[in-house]
Design a protein around this ligand. Structure first.
Ligand SMILES: Nc1ncnc2c1ncn2[C@@H]1O[C@H](COP(=O)(O)OP(=O)(O)OP(=O)(O)O)[C@@H](O)[C@H]1O
Ligand SMILES: [Mg+2]
Length: 278
């Protein structure tokens, strides 16, 4: 099976997409998974959040336009199990060029396919920009799973409906047949406010199978870590934000395991039938 590709997307800005992509990736790497994080956002926040520079001439831009194989632009991060494909500011301009290119919604899928087939990574994550424009549409066409970070705020449910409707429309039109909703991560949870609890309750009622039990708390340490170019488990390994993303990584793997393996796969093997009489 090719490496699963997970798009981290939500059309709304500032809901914790990049924070989730970077920290979930880092926590999975800590659990000995080999991860590639592709920064598909011209803001390049995932790139800088992992301490890498925005790299002109060696960014996802070059692969989307078919100029360079994606394998050539992969960069190591400080964690040997976490590699990155960087972004650059010009990616905003690339959107226009991609729109004019052949198979314009499949550019990322085509760039990632050979790598996914190699199975060198356990997971490939794609951090998307805050829109449902061509870059995010490329991520959805390339992905097997859609991970939706949602801020615990009043309009959360409406926000989820927008992106879920898009997934349904894609499926109805026969596009992105492999894409499934991986899960919904509630971010910036503040247990002291009724609003946070109400919003989580509401999402849980509507999407009981999709919402992760792990809630990401609002935490100053999580907001500080990117300015040091570090994931939270390196910046402050003992803070509540680090614990939350570690828990999310555990839950992510556990759910995938149950989804992939048939029920009873963990059960002890059935006793061998009696040997036939000699
Ligand atoms: N759990 C949290 N607690 C406190 N601050 C957070 C948390 N998660 C994210 N932030 C901060 O909120 C801001 C937005 O987060 P982030 O960049 O992850 O969102 P995003 O959805 O990727 O944004 P964009 O849509 O612009 O790409 C950042 O400054 C980030 O550091
Ligand atoms: Mg972002």
């Amino acid at each position: 099976m090719p490496t699963p590709i997970i798009a981290v997307a939500n059309q709304k800005g500032g809901v914790g997409k990049t924070t989730t992509a970077v920290n979930l990736a880092a926590c999975l790497a800590e659990r000995r998974k080999k991860i590639l994080l592709v920064d598909l956002d011209p803001q390049a926040n995932a790139t800088s959040g992992l301490g890498l520079a925005k790299t002109e001439g060696a960014s996802i831009y070059d692969s989307l336009l078919g100029d360079r194989p994606l394998q050539e632009i992969i960069q190591p991060s400080a964690d040997s199990r976490l590699d990155v494909v960087a972004s650059e500011v010009d990616l905003a301009g690339a959107e226009i060029e991609v729109a004019r290119a052949e198979h314009h919604l499949l550019r990322l899928a085509m760039a990632l396919a050979p790598l996914a087939a190699q199975n060198h990574y356990d997971f490939i994550f794609v951090d998307c920009p805050p829109s449902l424009g061509i870059l995010t549409m490329n991520a959805l066409h390339a992905a097997d799973g859609l991970l939706i970070p949602m801020q615990c705020e009043y309009y959360a449910l409406e926000g989820i409906s927008v992106i879920l409707n898009l997934v349904h429309k894609l499926h109805d039109s026969g596009a992105a047949p492999r894409l499934a909703v991986e899960g919904i991560v509630m971010t910036m949870y503040d247990m002291r406010t009724n609003l946070s609890q109400q919003v989580v309750g509401e999402i849980r009622t509507h999407f009981p199978d999709k919402i992760y039990d792990s809630l990401i708390p609002r935490s100053v340490r999580l907001a500080e870590a990117p300015s040091h170019g570090l994931p939270i488990i390196a910046y402050d390994p003992n803070c509540t934000g680090a614990a939350a993303y570690r828990q999310l990584a555990r839950e992510f793997l556990k759910r995938r395991k149950t989804a992939v393996e048939p029920a009873g796969a963990d059960a002890p093997p059935a006793p061998a039938p009696d040997a036939p009489p000699a």
